[in-house]
Design a protein around this ligand. Structure first.
Ligand SMILES: O=c1ccn([C@@H]2O[C@H](COP(=O)(O)OP(=O)(O)O[C@H]3O[C@H](CO)[C@@H](O)[C@H](O)[C@H]3O)[C@@H](O)[C@H]2O)c(=O)[nH]1
Ligand SMILES: [Mn+2]
Length: 506
């Protein structure tokens, strides 16, 4: 990778090395295969020497059960054959301007996903070590909740203090809740003041949450009153409401308390109609793709679940080490960071950490086409996920610089409309793909089939930290959803065996 053609050698932005235990893995695989062959040899002998029909059928059933397990085992070896560790070197990124980054955060229920913790996720990424004028954070609220919007309005005010505080004190954990809870938070004067501000904001949000809805006396400015008028409409429910797009911070206008620019912060609740399928998270991500296209159109996109806080402010620069590498970016669809969790007790009795699917398997896939998309902590190239939009999507091509202009807002509301996708290829040829409860796996798989690659970047300090499912019931439900989602892919025309092989690219 090193280029010594110039006078000064250009150091690579990223390096990779094959896992040092790969040979052990391979030896183990060979020994295990011998074991499997011996087992089948024994089964065959038993079948041939079955004294009765009953014992024949009995042995045959064991034989088939073992065939299934053996096939699963063989397929799994792909993960251990050539795991690759990739390291990024963000300190080597050229000092030229960094590209725009649009962050998509999805939330869907203010009572299951408390707006205050969603706001913490947003604040943690808004405080990234990244040029503020290049960063836009979009919140998609599928719950269409005034409580969430209210919380984000408060968070936008708090961000003006929080972002400079993090940067001046070089804080790594930029989610306020976790930062104030952590033992490392040192109790200096600044810390004390910002904590008071945070507690005040939290108090306001809690009062509104207790009340269950935003009322006149919670609001202070004329603008706030106008915004919440929408919720006064008779038919404003979670499943039936017009689109709400609210710019809470505008980078080229708003400044923090040290007079530095702030990132854009935009609240979006796409239009919903009972009679129109909204396609859950996939639908919400596609609405975000379109709205962000008409507003900021950044070439790179980070998708985040509402509970995934940033744990390291340098992460977007790490992602850029891969995405900006010309030799690699041509067909690089996304850079995946692992899903790690906080609050897991030592014994992790429910296996909530999912180390295998979120760490080992992804590492293994780094040696092939790259990891599958796990729904969150993923930096996409916009052009990969968007696909080539046909000319009928002309509206999407007109990006403007003033995001708060009426023209931009009208267009944004139009593309966030419930029926906008009718008679278009959204969800099947471009955007996040519909048809599976695990839209993430499905989308990543299709991208790989289309010839795109992906990268798994794991770092010693986790880039993001999520929350584990709180109860066994939730955990089982989640597992059920994932299994159904994967099964939907198997039953679709994009079956991983047939479609992937037919395409000849997987
Ligand atoms: O109609 C919906 C439903 C969900 N979500 C959001 O999608 C995210 C993930 O949903 P969650 O219920 O937390 O599902 P999990 O099973 O925990 O999520 C994992 O599995 C999902 C499906 O494979 C992926 O989309 C996620 O990124 C991945 O973390 C959350 O932020 C939700 O708010 C929406 O925006 N709209
Ligand atoms: Mn979740």
């Amino acid at each position: 990778m090193e280029d010594h053609s110039g006078d000064v050698p250009v150091l690579p932005l990223h390096t990779s090395e094959v896992d040092r235990y790969v040979h052990l893995n391979r030896i183990y695989a060979v020994v295990y295969s011998v074991g499997i062959l011996a087992l089948f040899y024994r089964h065959t002998l038993q079948l041939l020497s079955s004294p009765t029909v009953f014992s024949f059928v009995f042995t045959l059933s064991f034989f088939f059960a073992d065939v299934i397990l053996a096939v699963m085992w063989v397929l799994n070896q792909a993960y251990y054959w050539r795991p690759i560790h990739r390291r990024s070197h963000p300190e080597r990124l050229p000092t030229v301007e960094l590209p725009g980054l649009d962050v998509f955060i999805c939330t869907s229920d203010p009572f299951k996903e408390p707006p205050m913790s969603v706001a913490n996720t947003a604040l943690s990424v808004m405080a990234y070590d990244y040029p503020m004028e290049k960063l836009s954070v979009y919140l998609s609220d599928d719950g269409g909740s005034d409580l969430t919007l209210f919380t984000f309005m408060e968070a936008a005010k708090f961000a003006k203090h929080w972002i400079p505080f993090c940067k001046m004190n070089d804080i790594m954990m930029r989610s306020p809740d976790v930062y104030f809870d952590s033992k490392t938070a040192n109790d200096n004067h600044d810390h004390h003041n910002i904590k008071i501000l945070y507690e005040k904001m939290k108090g306001k949000v809690e009062a509104v949450m207790m009340n269950g809805r935003v009322e006149e006396h919670h609001l202070h400015s004329e603008i706030e009153h106008i915004v919440f008028q929408k919720w006064k409409q008779e038919r404003f429910t979670r499943q039936e409401h017009p689109s709400v797009i609210q710019i809470l911070l505008e980078s080229n206008k708003d400044r923090d308390i040290t007079d530095q620019p702030l990132p854009n912060l935009i609240y979006i609740s796409r239009e919903k109609h009972r009679s129109v399928h909204h396609h859950f998270k996939g639908g919400s991500l596609n609405a975000l793709l379109r709205v962000s296209k008409v507003m900021t159109n950044a070439p790179f996109i980070l998708t985040l679940d509402c509970d995934m806080i940033s744990n390291d402010p340098i992460t977007p620069r790490r992602a850029m080490c891969f995405l900006l590498d010309e030799a690699m970016s041509e067909n690089l669809a996304y850079v995946q960071f692992p899903q790690r969790f906080r609050g897991i007790n030592e014994s992790d009795i429910y296996g909530n950490e999912y180390t295998r699917i979120f760490s080992y398997n992804l590492l293994g896939m780094n040696g092939t086409k790259g990891p599958n998309y796990v729904g969150t902590n993923t930096f996409f190239q916009r052009r990969a996920i968007e696909g080539i939009l046909p000319t009928c999507e002309e509206t999407l091509k007109s990006t403007m610089t003033i995001i708060s202009s009426t023209k931009v807002l009208d267009l944004a509301n139009k593309v966030a409309g419930a029926t906008y996708e009718h008679n278009t290829k959204w969800g099947c040829e471009f955007g996040f793909r519909y048809g599976s409860l695990t839209e993430d796996f499905y989308t990543g798989f299709i991208l790989h089939c289309e010839g795109w690659r992906s990268i798994y970047c794991s770092t010693e300090r986790p880039a993001f930290l999520g929350e584990v499912t709180p109860t066994l019931y939730d955990g089982l439900n989640q597992m059920k959803r994932w299994t159904i989602g994967l099964f939907e892919v198997v039953l679709s025309r994009h079956n991983t065996f047939t479609y992937g092989i037919k395409k000849g690219k997987c």
